[in-house]
Design a protein around this ligand. Structure first.
Ligand code: SF4
Length: 350
């Protein structure tokens, strides 16, 4: 479905898309880097409005959020294409697609599906939601009216103009760095010249009151520099605060990087320790099951306050104000002890 885009301006006989930091200048009849935003008759059109390529209900921990609405379920939806060109993309079947395909749904149908499937929120995910922002915001507005929360799983390569539209409509965002955000990694493996726009966007999102969590994909041999990890963690602490959750995720060989190995657990542990040394309070390791690095620890007394196994919450050690039951420290978690967790009869620690 084709709909007029909101984020663009004219520049001579071209249009400039202002949704993501590429700011593509697009001649008549052509699309931008992501190809789904196209100049038609001197106006920018979103060609993939409401065309859903993937849809699934997942625990929010899979997105991965560790400090936002723990224990809830989200309906994840994605469309086609992407504004990055990652050589390791695990969703390359949709992100590299050069044709728009999927089932057509209205925002109301997406929200109805989420409610019917007992999801408490919606995640715009699988491909970069910035490129289909107009559809995402129409869904988000309706979702809020029906009592659902809304989230983006994003590379963060977006503009201030986009974030100003997201304000009040998107509640939480996971921003995914790769290779510790090193420029050389971004150039070679993501087809992006710089991660500076991502950092600017994070600061802007924080100003806009959007809950932020950060992931960092550690790719062996290509993007696993501990010095860069220290630098990124330091930047996060200084600009976003020490309570910003950071999760290092394990690389699995995919797409055009099949000859690279899985990230060794030891490498991830070293990254975890480096980020802790830089003063971040909530550091995790993801894409690995059964480790102690999946839990949330109280930064004051060191006790486990949320115990996780895979995407399941196994223990909850926070009071009704989300203070540590051991020492009373306020833990920055939005949400409450999940009902499902209690229904499953999982024991409460301490
Ligand atoms: S959203 Fe697409 S068209 Fe717009 S600037 Fe980014 S890559 Fe270019």
């Amino acid at each position: 479905m084709m709909k007029p885009a909101k984020l663009w301006r004219r520049s001579g006989n071209r249009v400039v898309c202002t949704a993501c930091a590429r700011r593509c200048s697009i001649p008549e009849g052509s699309g931008g880097f992501c190809f789904i935003r196209k100049n038609i008759g001197g106006k920018l059109m979103l060609m993939s409005y409401g065309v859903i390529s993937a849809m699934q209900v997942d625990p929010i921990e899979k997105k991965p959020f560790n400090h936002f609405m723990p224990g809830t379920y989200v309906l994840g939806i994605g469309t086609s294409s992407c504004n990055f060109g990652c050589l390791f993309c695990q969703n390359h079947n949709i992100s590299k697609e050069r044709e728009i395909s999927g089932i057509e749904m209205t925002p109301a149908q997406v929200v109805d599906t989420a409610i019917t499937q007992h999801a408490q929120g919606i995640a715009f995910t699988y491909n970069e939601p910035t490129i289909f922002i107009e559809f995402a915001l129409d869904v988000a507005e309706l979702a809020h009216k029906r009592g659902l929360f809304t989230t983006f799983i994003s590379n963060g390569f977006m503009t201030k103009e986009t974030i100003s539209l997201m304000k009040g409509k998107i509640d939480a965002v996971v921003v995914d760095f790769k290779g510790n955000g090193e420029r050389i990694f971004s150039n070679k493996y993501e087809m992006v010249t710089s991660n500076e726009p991502v950092k600017e966007a994070l600061i802007e999102m924080k100003r806009a009151g959007i809950h932020i969590e950060i992931t960092d994909l550690i790719v062996p041999r290509a993007g696993d520099s501990l010095a860069a990890c220290h630098g990124l963690a330091r930047w996060i602490r200084e600009n976003l605060g020490p309570d910003t959750p950071l999760q290092f995720t394990r690389f699995y060989p995919d797409y055009k990087m099949l000859d690279y190995p899985y990230t060794p657990i030891e490498t991830l542990q070293k990254h975890h320790d480096a980020a802790k040394e830089e003063g971040l309070n909530y550091v995790y390791i993801g894409n690995v099951s059964g480790t102690k690095y999946a839990h949330t620890y109280c930064p004051s007394c060191g006790k486990v306050v949320i115990e996780r196994s895979g995407y399941t919450i196994k223990g909850w050690n926070l009071d009704s104000s989300n203070r540590c039951n051991g020492c009373g420290t306020k833990i920055p978690v939005i949400g409450k002890q999940p009902e499902l967790f209690m229904d499953r009869g999982i024991s409460v620690l301490y």
